[in-house]
Design a protein around this ligand. Structure first.
Ligand code: MRU
Length: 346
């Protein structure tokens, strides 16, 4: 299995997703600041993987604190957590993981500082292992929606690389394959960062799962020809009403799926739900550098000085979503009720 991220002997090691598939290189982070930078520069990306990296980053941050009493220790840790929390705005898993680590710190305030640091390391490793089992359970639920001989369209990379392992949308694909179903994947290339072309095709090829790469503007053509049976994507944040923030272009895919009567599924762990937000309108959308649009692989493709926009995510309104697959089960409309019920399930 691909190891997206590991935490060994005070080092957080990540596969460098900016260099795949051409080079399989690893980046070692030894401080919380280095982890924050890896998230910002997308060495590691994908909502659940960002959450796992953040938990490990908080542990590294805790290890570097020299304070000997809890109050000073916690004050310093909070400052580090606040800065880490600003590395990317849309994926709620970042804040989720940081809050979980802060809560564990508070819950163990009576421990000597050294033992508290060990407890935080243990928690970060638990976040990693839980993410993998969460994805496997989600996959099991999701694969019940997939018929044998299906062609599944996906957008961006919601696979092992976007998580601690197995994946969310690609976890559904993997679970269907493991159940003996004959599955083929169509991967949107996902301009401008090319997560589909570079990462989804790479990890499916590693697992011998058939995949065909298409450019984003081709998916309507194949839907209209009835060559796509269902769409499964991941999510960066899901509001209480079921509006879904995911990689830019997801909304376009959902509209095309509706037009062509193709089911549109979102696979995401409960940690991606943000029930404090009533609708997708409140989800912050990251604006990334326009250089990522005017350039491909550092080569400029538009004339010098051209203005370009780069919202990195969009919102798919809940009426375009057939169902949301979580580790606690499958939610359908009305999402305000079904998501709340799944979120509260232990
Ligand atoms: O900008 P990215 O690559 O971090 O965006 C990732 C996505 O939009 C994924 O679809 C989402 O995080 C779900 S990953 C399981």
């Amino acid at each position: 299995m691909i190891k997206t991220i590991e935490y060994i002997d005070g080092v957080v090691r990540m596969i460098d997703q900016t260099r795949l598939p051409a080079e399989k290189e690893f980046v070692d982070c030894r401080t919380i600041e280095e982890v924050g930078n890896a998230i910002k520069t997308m060495i590691i990306r994908g909502a659940p993987a960002i959450g796992v990296a953040a938990a490990m980053g908080v542990s590294l941050g805790a290890d570097s604190i020299e304070a000997t009493n809890f109050e000073d220790f916690y004050r310093e840790l909070e400052g580090k957590c606040d800065r880490l929390g600003q590395s990317r705005p849309t994926a709620v898993n970042l804040a989720w993981a940081i809050n979980r680590m802060k809560q564990v710190t508070q819950d163990n305030k009576s421990l000597p500082i050294n033992e508290l640091k060990s407890r935080l390391k243990e928690e970060a490793l638990t976040v990693l292992t839980e993410d993998i089992t969460t994805n496997q359970t989600m996959g099991e639920h999701g694969q019940t929606l997939v018929k044998d001989n299906s062609v599944i369209l996906t957008h961006c990379n919601a696979g092992a690389l976007a998580t601690a392992g197995f994946g969310t949308a690609l976890g559904v694909v993997r679970a269907a394959v493991n159940a003996g179903k004959n599955i083929r994947v169509m991967a949107n290339e996902t301009r401008p960062f090319l997560q589909g072309a570079r990462l989804t095709t790479w990890e499916l090829k590693e697992d011998n799962i058939p995949v065909k790469l298409i450019t984003d503007n081709m998916c309507g053509f194949f839907m209209n020809k009835q060559e796509i049976d269902l769409v499964v994507v991941g999510a960066d944040r899901i509001a209480a009403n079921g509006d879904v923030a995911n990689k830019i272009g997801t909304y376009m895919v959902a509209v095309l799926a509706k037009e062509n009567n193709i089911p549109f599924y979102v696979a995401a762990p409960v940690s991606t739900l943000d029930l404090s937000l009533a609708s997708g309108k409140e989800i912050p959308i990251e604006e990334r550098s326009s250089d990522e649009v005017t350039h491909i692989n550092k080569k400029q493709i538009s004339p010098e000085g051209i203005e370009a926009a780069h919202p990195a995510f969009d919102i798919t309104p809940n009426h375009l979503v057939t169902a949301i697959i979580t580790e606690n089960g499958i939610a359908r409309a009305p999402f305000t009720d079904s998501l709340k019920a799944l979120a509260n399930q232990k």
